[in-house]
Design a protein around this ligand. Structure first.
Ligand SMILES: [Ca+2]
Ligand SMILES: [Ca+2]
Length: 324
């Protein structure tokens, strides 16, 4: 799927029975959907089995196919619906379009990925291509994303490369993140990016120097991560397997408010005591457990109860967890 100027481009197969590529097609199409009315506006027939689509500069669409041991890259004009050009790569590939450099980066997925294929485009024409240098020293995974400013390519193995107009400066090693990721989202306004690192964990990084800033968590297991309208969102899967759409927010813990009613009082002592005595009526949820750890040592114990009692008796004015 690709988006440009209120149009959504969706690729589809038109001859689903055929398992193999037929040179005489057409066996695929681009459905142009008006995002305002959510109606099908037009169809563009394409003679490849579509796998990926990108909306490039000046209204040109680039579609890739995935066949055994090869990938076709075709281009079409959005306005005239005409076929423009085609390029063949002798590997099945996953690709991404770099909007700043008007270039497609592709990684082979039918062999151990060791390099990127780079295809320069210009108004729908494939003008030049080259392979990046051998990345023997860096682990590469199939999935990758290009930052919205087109400056970096983030491989899901955690290795980050530069993207540069100049071939000799292109695909240079830039950084290795502390953990591999399953998806990545960018917040360019605040110079941050977020990686889903497995399960419900999200790492927050500074985009300027790639330093780690924070960790966040979602409720479900993350399938996809997005940053839209100033919010970090995730498409995730709940414990019972249902898909969910979540807005990820940093939960501000009010230490001592074990029952989450906004106040810190004797009721919280009752809840914490009940929990420590394993009374099933006082089962604490995830938030309750975090709020009960008032000394901030990572676990809930009788020591936390002592702190909570002293706080309520005004012997202490703050919890150690708030000072961390
Ligand atoms: Ca409370
Ligand atoms: Ca504790």
């Amino acid at each position: 799927m690709a988006y440009l100027d209120n149009e959504l481009f969706v690729i589809a197969l038109t001859d689903s029975q055929s398992l193999y590529w037929l040179p005489e097609g057409p066996n695929g199409m681009i459905a142009v959907i008006d995002t305002k009315t959510v109606e099908l506006k037009e169809k563009i027939d394409i003679k490849i089995r579509p796998f990926n689509i990108f909306a490039g500069k000046n209204g040109y669409l680039y579609v890739t196919s995935r066949e055994p041991q090869k990938a076709y890259f075709n281009s079409y004009s959005r306005s005239t619906k005409e076929f423009m050009d085609s390029e063949l790569v002798n590997n099945e590939c996953l690709s991404e379009y770099n909007p700043t450099l008007d270039r497609i980066y592709a990684i082979p997925i039918d062999i151990m990925p060791i390099d990127y294929k780079v295809l320069n485009v210009d108004n729908g024409k494939f003008v030049s291509s080259y392979s990046s240098t051998y990345y023997d020293s860096y682990p590469l995974a199939e999935k990758f994303k290009i930052s919205p400013d087109g400056k970096y390519l983030f491989n899901s193995s955690g290795v980050v490369f530069t993207c540069n107009e100049n071939v000799n400066e292109d695909m240079k090693f830039a950084f290795t993140l502390d953990k591999k990721f399953t998806d990545i989202a960018f917040n360019m306004e605040e110079n941050r990016f977020y990686t889903a690192v497995g399960g419900n964990q999200i790492y927050v990084y500074n985009y300027e120097d790639f330093s780690g800033i924070d960790t966040l968590s979602s409720t479900g297991e993350i399938l996809k991560l997005f940053y839209v309208d100033g919010k970090l969102c995730a498409l995730s899967r709940s414990a019972n397997g249902r898909p969910m759409f979540e807005v990820i927010q940093k939960v501000k813990i009010k230490y001592g408010d074990v029952n989450k009613d906004g106040r810190i009082n004797s009721t919280d002592i009752m809840y914490l005591k009940g929990y420590l005595l394993r009374n099933s009526a006082f089962n604490l949820d995830e938030y309750g457990l975090m709020a009960a750890d008032v000394d901030g040592n990572g676990s809930v114990s009788s020591l936390d109860l002592t702190y909570l009692k002293r706080y309520i008796l005004r012997r202490i004015s703050d919890f150690p967890a708030n000072k961390k």
